[in-house]
Design a protein around this ligand. Structure first.
Ligand code: CTP
Ligand code: MG
Length: 231
């Protein structure tokens, strides 16, 4: 199906401890967010894309993608979910309808493949609710007490890591986010807002290397992979 995209990019990247927000750090001769946008801008199903940015972001205007007419800005918010909600409202102004599909994808997740994107679209195109990319937990999992001692081993077979893109109908997602935020619920991803509304998003298995750059070692790992791909 055709789809719209919201990219929350208004974070400061405190855990990276870099001199700028992590989405503007270099990767393979460009910056992270340019790679993030590429995967969507190269896709024939894209209707339009909104990037939620911090006020007076000095880095964004210098990027080539800022001048792509399919790319529009929205204001960033205090938390990631506020930035996403601003982006969803902006999509409405651009002509997106409530039943249209929206993909929300972290600016700091530059290694999404066309294959994973197509898998998500194909798996969820006919779904009533929507869903998200994720990966099954790989390591043995422990519940640990405040004293640092293991309490028990958790059943790994039912635990997944939630990735992005997360794909939902615009109206359903916007309403669920608005109501969850209004109720003061902690929503760390889009799916959790839908879960809170009583719906069950579908988990779609994706590639483990679609990782979010969170700490310095994540970017080092990606930079090494990029060097290996493009000698
Ligand atoms: N994000 C956003 N608005 C916020 C907070 C985060 O748009 N108020 C975005 C980030 O730019 C990032 C994505 O949400 O692309 C995932 O968030 P996270 O990894 O937590 O990024 P930061 O908040 O920037 O990093 P940190 O938590 O380490 O400060
Ligand atoms: Mg954060």
């Amino acid at each position: 199906p055709d789809f719209w995209v919201v990219i929350p990019a208004a974070g400061v990247g405190s855990r990276m401890r870099a001199d700028r927000p992590k989405q503007y750090l270099p990767l393979g001769g460009r910056c992270i967010i340019e790679h993030t946008l590429d995967c969507f801008l190269d896709h024939p199903g894209l209707r339009g894309l909104v990037v939620s940015l911090a006020d007076a972001d000095p880095y964004w205007p210098d990027l080539a993608c800022a001048r792509d007419e399919r790319v529009q800005r929205a204001a960033g918010g205090r938390e990631r979910c506020d930035s996403v909600l601003n982006g969803l409202r902006r999509l409405g102004e651009l002509g997106a309808q409530d039943q249209d599909w929206v993909l929300v994808h972290d600016a700091a997740r530059p290694n999404l493949t066309r294959e994973d994107l197509n898998t998500l679209l194909a798996e969820l195109g006919d779904d009533a609710v929507g869903g998200l990319l994720g990966v099954p937990a790989r390591d043995t999992l422990k519940r640990v007490g405040p004293d640092g001692r293991v309490l028990e081993t958790v059943d790994r077979s039912v635990i997944w890591q939630a990735y992005t893109p997360q794909m939902f109908r615009l109206g359903l997602l916007r309403d669920a986010l608005e109501r969850a935020l209004h109720s003061g619920v902690n929503v760390t991803d889009e799916a959790s807002a839908l879960e809170w509304a009583g719906l069950a998003p579908r988990m779609v298995e994706g590639r483990a290397d679609n990782l979010k750059v969170t700490r310095p070692e994540d970017l080092l790992w990606l930079q090494q992979r990029w060097q290996a791909k493009t000698p």
